[in-house]
Design a protein around this ligand. Structure first.
Ligand SMILES: NC(=O)c1ccc[n+]([C@@H]2O[C@H](COP(=O)([O-])OP(=O)(O)OC[C@H]3O[C@@H](n4cnc5c(N)ncnc54)[C@H](OP(=O)(O)O)[C@@H]3O)[C@@H](O)[C@H]2O)c1
Length: 312
């Protein structure tokens, strides 16, 4: 198939490569000339702007956006809605909020332009392993694009999840599960690292061991083994954990629906905590313990501080 790709970042570039290797004709656009050159090396044609991309594509056009969620997607959809024609298809493969998909499908639909939301999982490994694809939108349009999905995904790696927003809703929950799984691995390995057995125990070996026949084997564990082999104590990195939105949206949806998600919520808040080594809430707890019990507090200037004699 012929397809336009907007966004040649970590995901869009590799997906372009996988598609050209799979025999598809990709015309790519990114603001960076260096990335356009990279895509050309992988066999893609390139456009100097979104308008040129639209002109270069045969009708009915298929355009895949692989760009950051929010404003960049809104701006691009607005621009496309003015220059695409009836029957064309716009696909958002980034991590957009599912309610934005419903709005965008309506906006484009009013002009006869189709819209699919496709949650993509697989990260930078997707180039060789394939991407897991979770699609939402009109099933007939999904079927039309299936040759592209078949190339991007590994065997059995794509699914039509329902109408507009369903793809990104399923991807949002996929990422929330990822948060909780990573938090559980993080805690388990943290206790092993602090344990009396840590000296004689290679944590990479444990991660490697658990890949074989254990109940908790997973790809994340394979990645944990790799990371621990490179840096046994992970001393080269700070424990600062970012989030890209899906965890927050999942917790907000759970609150709106009244569905208990304590583990996911905790793993999300723990990421926030990871970014601040000196939380006000912790300082208040330390101050309260000092006030009611005279328990020692650590001074902001010194590593260790004294306290009054305790009452309780
Ligand atoms: N990385 C992952 O593991 C992963 C996995 C699944 C889904 N996703 C999602 O996929 C999307 C892309 O992720 P990524 O990791 O590839 O991000 P990235 O490496 O930051 O690349 C984003 C690309 O989008 C381009 N871009 C930014 N704003 C744009 C705009 N307004 N119009 C056109 N292009 C624009 C950037 O262009 P410049 O070169 O000009 O900066 C860049 O090439 C995001 O929604 C992300 O959440 C990422």
């Amino acid at each position: 198939m012929q397809l336009g790709m907007i966004g040649l970042g970590r995901m869009g570039m590799n997906m372009t490569t996988r598609l050209t290797r799979g025999g598809h004709k990709v015309i790519a656009y990114d603001a960076s000339k260096r990335k356009l050159k990279g895509a050309q090396k992988e066999g893609a044609a390139t456009a100097g702007g979104v308008e040129q991309l639209v002109v270069m594509l045969r009708r009915p056009r298929v355009i895949w956006m692989m760009i950051p969620a929010g404003r960049p997607v809104d701006d691009t959809v607005d621009q496309l809605s003015g220059i695409l024609a009836e029957g064309d298809v716009v696909i958002d493969g980034g991590n957009s909020f599912y309610k934005d998909d419903i709005r965008r499908e309506e906006l484009l639909g009013a002009r006869g332009i189709h819209y699919l939301d496709v949650g993509v999982s697989g990260g930078i490994w997707g180039l060789d392993e394939g991407y897991c694809l979770m699609a939402g939108g009109d099933r007939m349009v999904f079927t039309r694009i299936e040759p592209v999905f078949r190339t991007l995904a590994p065997k059995n790696g794509y699914l039509h999840c329902g109408p507009a927003g369903a793809g990104h809703f399923v991807k949002m929950i996929h990422n929330a599960i990822e948060y909780a799984m990573m938090a559980a691995y993080g805690e388990g390995f943290s206790l092993l690292h602090a344990s009396p057995y840590a000296k004689g125990l290679d944590l990479a070996d444990v991660a490697g061991l658990w890949k074989h026949g254990s109940v908790i084997r997973s790809w994340l564990l394979e990645l944990a083994e790799q990371a621990l082999r490179k840096d046994r104590d992970l001393s080269g990195i700070r424990g600062y954990v970012e989030d890209s939105g899906e965890g927050r949206w999942t917790v907000q949806e759970a609150v709106a629906m009244g569905v208990p998600l304590p583990v996911t919520a905790l793993s999300l808040f723990d990421r926030f905590r990871s970014r601040d080594e000196n939380l006000f809430s912790d300082r208040l707890i330390a101050a309260l313990r000092n006030e009611f019990g005279g328990h020692a507090v650590v001074s902001a200037k010194k590593k260790a501080g004294g306290g009054r004699k305790g009452r309780s």
